[in-house]
Write a protein that binds this ligand. Sequence first.
Ligand code: B12
Ligand code: SF4
Length: 456
Amino acid sequence: MISGKHAHKKLTLVSANRHADPYPVYPLGISCLSSYLSGRMPGLEIRIVDLMTSSYEEYITHLREFDPDYTGISLRNVDDVNFYKKESFIDHYRQIISITRENSRSRIIVGGAGFSIFPELLFDTLNPDYGIYGEGEYSLAELIEALENGTDTDSIGGLIYRKNGCITLNMKYDQFRDPVLEFESDLTEYYWKHSGMLNIQTKRGCPYNCIYCTYPLIEGRKVRTLDPAQIVKTLGDLTVRGIDYIFFTDSIFNISNSFNYELADLIISSGIKIRWGGYFNFTNIDGHLLSRLKQAGLQHIEFGTESLSDTVLEKYGKPFRTDDIFRISAICNELGIDFAHFLILGGYGETNATLDETFENSKRINSSVFFPFVGMRIYPGTRLHEIAIEEKVISKDDLLLAPAYYVSKEIDPASLKERSLQTGKRWIFPDDDLSEIMTRMRKRNKKGPLWEYLIQ
Ligand code: B12
Ligand code: SF4
């Protein structure tokens, strides 16, 4: 609680993201924070600034007029994870922090998925007053309460701050189970129009150990499912407003399947007509589950396939093999579920022979689209980071904030497109420009991810 004399305080939540590829993404983290804080701290007046739709000038005007006591800045992406471009967003974030300092007296707190991968480094680089890594709901509320009430911040989970001149990092909580979510009505219209989907989370955490992946670092390894009734209520509220296509943002949707069945049953019995998609992998999944999810509106799947070579799947630490990929792809075709395979070509363990296998095996998958990433983005705290140091791909001192990639020395990235063409399948590389065709389809009011129109 904020006690009496501090009752009316003001918080601005800023979504810093301006990246619109493959489409602009509704700032879900900000909405989760705003919804939770509104319930817990009724005395706190909250405003949201989305830099996807607002200019720096509009942000400055907001700061001067609203005069927030606190500004929470959400850093979703650090870079574009596009081997061909390697665009970093750090300068943009620096600018937002300095604009905030120059135009307000507010305390600056940063957080978000990107921040959570590099908490100490980004704290040091951007120099906010506080950082929060991992889930933000409890920690942000507790931080504001502690600052208002003049109490200690030492036990606030996930908090980063300076103490006696040193950057101090508290262990994170990793246990939040009851997110609440109200969409910002001012923003939903923009994202529904330009993205063709809104986004909701049904669970947090991933228990797997793929060598390159940050998701368990950001969200934790313990899977926490959210309240299915609350999710269905949010879906129902959206459909009343004409929004009927959702992306479930879970790291992997098909974990905790008893929860997934419960959610599907609730959606079906509610009578809500909604289409949705999500990230899936090939463990813990069968025709029965897919069929029930389809009845509950599952329209498209983005498979984290990564490779169509068993040798490489093993090297990448994936918990499934090519037989699983072929089997589940065929079931999706039978059930009429659109699906795309997301691959990482040229990562750890890839050779020319394994690439041949992947291209050859792609011919066995019908009615799909292949989205290859090229090389593996190296992140701190992953097994890949250790491998890259051992193999001298990077030095021990490389901080990795500037995009660094592991590309197997055995392959030639320049050969990939030509080889993909020979498969007769639809391959879309990160530098293939789809923006024109996407914009045309969005103008025709097409919803969903849109790659389903490219399936062959
Ligand atoms: C779902 C997802 C997608 C989907 C989004 C679909 C949709 N309609 O929403 C798709 C496939 C489109 C996508 C695309 C991209 N993504 Co993506 N995506 C994710 C994923 C899995 C979940 C994000 C999410 O919505 N989480 C749920 C919300 C509720 O959580 P949250 O935003 O993190 O917010 C919580 C905390 O972070 C914190 N918090 C957030 N803001 C703030 C602010 C303050 C002040 C505080 C205190 C706390 C706080 O509190 C919130 C509530 O607990 C993350 C990985 C992950 N597991 O986090 C990657 C991730 C965010 N994506 C990433 C990237 C790079 C991209 C792309 C640039 C490249 C790509 N092709 O993958 C594009 C960019 C899209 C865009 N326009 O911005 C990276 C970002 C790191 C980096 N290297 O920059 C991540 C972290 C994955 C990774 N590689 O490690 N993505
Ligand atoms: S790649 Fe997917 S399954 Fe593997 S650890 Fe990351 S989120 Fe989990």
